[in-house]
Design a protein around this ligand. Structure first.
Ligand code: 3PG
Length: 307
């Protein structure tokens, strides 16, 4: 009977699926991550989200590991080169959380526009500011504005559909895709930056995208543009984003992700009023987590059949 360990919080349904397929299942989503190398050697398979880093010591000790399931999209927490070299299969669930992430990016579009976070913080700390904040929070509508997508895969396209339904125009650039049924595709990132009021990133983190959104790229955005990152922290140079907020060139930075998670308390983005933050919750919905959990379990079962 193959043994599988689940090290990040998944929907409980995975246990039934795996047990039915003949696995002995260990639920270990509360285990301190530093203890995993001590026990990983017993297991033939593991299912993770992004919190478990399947690299270094954990990989070295995983002497029986045959399959890694990632309940989610990003594979940047898994040492893919080592997995390939050791013939360990890696399966993920690329479409399971598309809608959840797109809905969060839409939340960023709307909340940056109407400054609801700033309003909440100010009024809670000083209710007498109610009337002055009403004057201060004089914003615009999103109707008629342009959404610029860097990356027009599943999530970018889903966000485009939602924003177009709200009256926005959707343009985008994707290094691998030239056409999209709902997005007006541009030939370069620069072509997107010069037109977009909101720029939303939908890219994986890899050597090509690391710090792709740096000073030069930000300087080509329209003054006051909103930058939305529900992808990966490392794609944006956080110091460049902070400096652009300080100078007023960037209107808002809305981020679900940081280069280092959790961010250190001296990260200047945490102290800037035009930064909206969520704690890597893009996929953190009941529906998204259920789809990702079930699909990851099913794919691990399939991968074992092919061994
Ligand atoms: C992903 O890559 O699927 C998202 O970043 C979500 O990661 P999570 O499952 O750890 O929340």
């Amino acid at each position: 009977m193959p043994k599988i360990i689940l090290t990040d919080k998944l929907n409980e349904k995975v246990v039934k699926i795996l047990e039915k397929a003949g696995f002995e299942v260990k639920i270990a989503w509360d285990i301190p991550k530093e203890d995993l190398p001590k026990i990983i050697g017993e297991y033939d398979a593991i299912i993770v989200r992004s919190d478990t880093k399947v690299r270094g010591d954990l990989f070295d000790k995983a002497i029986n590991l045959k399959v890694i399931g990632r309940a989610g999209v990003g594979l940047d927490n898994i040492d893919m080169e080592t997995a390939l070299a050791r013939n360990i299969k890696v399966v993920n669930t690329p479409a399971a959380t598309t809608n959840s992430v797109a809905e969060l990016a839409l939340t960023m579009v709307l909340s940056s526009t109407r400054d609801v976070v700033k309003g909440t913080c100010e009024i809670k700390s000083d209710p007498s500011r109610f009337k002055s904040m009403k004057k201060e929070l004089f914003s615009s509508e999103i109707d008629g504005k342009t959404l610029g997508l860097i990356g027009t895969g599943r999530i970018g396209t889903s966000l485009a559909v939602k924003c177009k339904a709200l009256g926005m125009k959707a343009i985008g650039y994707d290094a691998y895709v030239a056409e999209n049924p709902v997005v007006e595709m541009k030939l370069s990132v620069d072509d997107v930056l010069k037109e977009a009021d909101y720029i939303s990133l939908h890219l994986p983190l890899n050597k090509e995208t690391q710090h792709m959104i740096g000073r030069d790229v930000i300087s080509k955005m329209k003054k006051g543009a909103v930058l939305i990152n529900c992808a990966r922290g490392g794609i944006v140079d956080e110091h460049a984003a902070h400096d652009a907020l300080e100078s007023g060139h960037l209107g808002y930075y809305c981020t679900d992700v940081f280069e280092n998670e959790p961010p250190s308390s001296d990260n200047p983005l945490l102290h800037h009023e035009n930064v909206i933050i969520s704690p890597h919750i893009g996929a953190q919905t009941k529906e998204g987590n259920m789809r990702a959990s079930i699909q990851a379990a099913e794919r691990v079962v399939e991968a074992f059949k092919e061994l």
